[in-house]
Structure formats: C-alpha cells, structure tokens
Design a protein around this ligand. Structure first.
Ligand code: NAD
Length: 295
C-alpha cells in the first residue's frame, strides 16, 4: 500500500483518485474548490489544506489540473514540500514547453517526474481504462506503472520528458482533422442522395476508414453507439477538443512547422465553440459544418 497525494479532484481527477483508493492505497487529495473536496471525502480520500501538505511525506503525487500555468505553480509548491526521490505524475493535458519546465523543476528538487496525459474521458477515468501516454525517465516510468495500471488499460512510454504531451496533442490534432473530414463526407453524401448507412458500410471497410467513422460516427443511428445517438452529449466536449487543437498550434509555432489542416480545424472548432456549442460533443460539429455556405 502506497501513500499518494492527488492534486485536482475534478471530472477526471476524482474518479482516478477513487480507483487508487479502491485498490487499497492511502490517498490524500487537494482541490481549490470546496464541492470537489466534499465529493472526494465521500470517496474515501483524505483532504489536505494545500497542495504542499497533500504532497508531504508521500511516495507519489498525481496532478490532474486545467492548464500549464497551474501545473507549474503546483509543481513549485510541491517541490518545496516533497521528500527527495518522490515521484510526481502529471496527467493534465498541457503544452509541451510547460511539461518540460515541470520536469526541470522536479529534477532540480531531486524528484522523479513523468508527464502522463490520458485519453478515454470521464468514462475511462471511472472504469479505470484510460490510455496513458508517458514521458520521462525509465526509472520514473517503472515506478509509476503500478499506479497507472490501476487507473488505465493501456500505458505507453513515449520517450523523455514532454513526449507524453507531444503524443497527446499530435493524436488529438489528427482526431480533430479526421472528425471534420468524416462530417464533410457524410454531409456531401446526404446532398448526393446517398444514404448515410450506405456510406458508413463502404467507408468503414475501405481506405477512408478511421476512428471518427468506424467507432465514433458523427451521424445518429449509424455505426456503433456514439454521442450522435445521444443528442451529442459528451463524450468529449468540443471545448476540450479546441483546447487540445490550440496546444497543437502552440507546439507547431514553437517548432516552426506548418500544420495547415491542424490550423483550419482549430479555426472551425473555435467558431463552433463560439456559437455556444462548447459543452456538446466534438462530433456535433457536423451540424455546424452542414450549415456553412460555400463561398
Ligand atoms: P476539471 O475542471 O473538472 O478539473 C480540474 C480540477 O482542478 C478542478 O476541480 C479545479 O478546482 C482544480 N484546480 C484548479 N486549480 C487548482 C490548484 N491550484 N490546486 C488544486 N486544484 C486546482 O477538469 P477535468 O475535466 O478533470 O480535466 C483535467 C485535465 O484532464 C485537463 O488538463 C483536461 O484537458 C484533461 N483531460 C480531460 C478529459 C475529459 O474528458 N474531461 C479527457 C482527457 C484529458
């Protein structure tokens, strides 16, 4: 049984921390919001008064926070309070540059660190089936594995510090682009008088097949059950897709690479979210795209 600190007990962090408790570990959490603290107490998570006290005398700390600036400020607080050799796993989705800074900060304080963002959403967090994409030393990865295996179903060591975040944003940039492509194909088929079911039957077994069509079809009553069959309730909210596309564009700018489709997908999701659809599933962009006028 390990002593684990868990900072950020929101939609993702709370069920992840609850799975660590269910596996028999002692979890002490911290969140700035009282409602999150109360929900965590009900799940058997002890609540500390600050991030620093949640990290004190722990073997491992997990952070699951909204953005890079918050992760860096929490890392700073934790670094001053943690015992040397402690492992910090950051599972938030943040920009690659901040992830690398967080690793450097941990190293300077004599701590082990891993960036380990996830895919799988709240459902995966509750079921303990998340995919973890990890970046950091082999020592940090091997030490983290025991805990990641409790919270996740698939764990990939992608490389050195920052590699997990790099994998996450590249995957999600491709996902945003492929979802828009899938939506356009189904809308065009509809205008051509081709049934949505017929297009699915062809594409899902042809060269256009992809996760956005085969597993997460944006058209209701076509293919396996997806958020389209539930009035586009997330799933994966459009606002989170926009966040990840924004991180991909930040990384593209920093590395001076052109990602024209990634940039266009970012612009389209920005417009979709601006229209008030941030809380709907990202596949709901099919309705927005179908209404766009040709210029
Ligand atoms: P959330 O907003 O529900 O949870 C974040 C929590 O962090 C909140 O409870 C907030 O009060 C807390 N917090 C903020 N600042 C803090 C601080 N300084 N100290 C302690 N706690 C603080 O967000 P979420 O949906 O749980 O997402 C968390 C991370 O996981 C994000 O980086 C997100 O991009 C990523 N992610 C989310 C999903 C998803 O489907 N929700 C999927 C994959 C990855």
């Amino acid at each position: 049984m390990a002593n684990i600190g868990f900072i950020g007990l929101g939609n993702m962090g709370l069920p992840m921390a609850a799975n660590l408790v269910a596996a028999g570990h002692n979890v002490t959490g911290f969140d700035t919001v009282t409602a999150a603290q109360n929900a965590a107490t009900e799940m058997g998570i002890a609540i500390a008064g600050s991030a620093a006290s949640a990290a004190k005398d722990q073997d491992t700390v997990v952070t699951m926070l909204p953005n890079g600036d918050i992760v860096l400020s929490v890392f700073e607080e934790i670094s001053n309070a943690a015992n040397p050799g402690m492992l910090i796993i950051d599972s938030s989705t943040i920009d690659v540059a901040s992830a690398k800074k967080a690793h450097a900060m941990a190293e300077a304080a004599g701590l082990l660190s891993l960036d380990a963002p996830v895919s799988g959403g709240v459902g995966g967090a509750e079921a303990g089936t998340l995919t973890f994409m990890a970046g950091g030393s082999t020592e940090a990865f091997e030490k983290a594995k025991l805990f990641l295996e409790i919270m996740g179903g698939r764990i990939v060591h992608c490389g050195d510090g920052g590699a997990g975040q790099s994998a996450k944003i590249c995957n999600n940039m491709l996902l945003g682009i492929s979802m828009i492509g899938a939506c356009e194909a189904f809308s065009l088929a509809d205008k051509l008088g081709l049934s949505q079911e017929a297009l699915f039957d062809v594409v899902s077994t042809s060269s256009g097949s992809c996760w956005s069509v085969n597993t997460y079809c944006p058209v209701p009553d076509v293919g396996p059950t997806s958020p389209a069959d539930n009035d586009y309730k997330p799933g994966f909210a459009a606002a989170l897709m926009l966040k990840d596309l924004g991180l991909s564009q930040q990384a593209a700018e920093e590395t001076e690479i052109a990602t024209p489709m990634g940039r266009h997908a970012t612009d389209l999701y920005a417009e979709f979210v601006k229209s008030g659809a941030g809380g709907t599933d990202f596949s709901g962009i099919i309705k927005y795209l179908a209404e766009l006028k040709r210029d």
